[in-house]
Design a protein around this ligand. Sequence first.
Ligand code: E4P
Length: 226
Amino acid sequence: MPFNQAQNFMKFFIDTANLAEIKEAHDLGILDGVTTNPSLMAKEGISGKDNIFRHYKAICDIVDGDVSAEVLSTDFAGMVREGEELAEIDEKIVVKIPMIKDGIKAIKYFTDKGIRTNCTLIFSAGQAILAAKAGAWYVSPFIGRIDDTGGDGLDLVEQIVAIYDNYDLGTQVLAASIRHTNHLIKCAELGADVVTCPLKVILDLIKHPLTDKGLEIFLNDAKKLA
Ligand code: E4P
């Protein structure tokens, strides 16, 4: 019988548009999805609609899970047009919509059409309530950016999880802007549905000096067993 991981265990998304990093995380066997944003796409030097769409397709071909693709428009008609095109690329695509007034309208529009959305740039519980009300599949509170301004991003994650737990909501809490392993570990304690983080944070989870020291001792003693 294969080992079955609990279906509701926190999912790991990687927050990058870099194909090599996505492949490395995928090859670890623990990757559940990818989030991107315009800054991450620009960092990879991807520009022009055709290249961007090809890049999203390449990401979808690597991962088994959801791939968030962000609209660039900020008006309702533009977001609807772009989102419908993005959703056509692959069934793994989740349309990423910013938390603005037309964004809420667009989330509701896509929800009614059965297209999944990730409401991004969430910095308050009120925004998370509104996004869920409109039917967002994911809401993305930005932990690190809140910390940068002197606040506590994890408090927001805790608040959103508590609010959603009061109801039978389909919306999942996707903790974003994760800077270090403590953010990720605390998100698991708080019951976030998903974390999205750079590859480094995932790889940093592996590290512990006592593991390295212990392995060195074992390998030295193993020589005596030959
Ligand atoms: C989420 O989807 C965003 O892409 C991301 O987590 C932003 O993180 P940053 O604050 O490190 O740019």
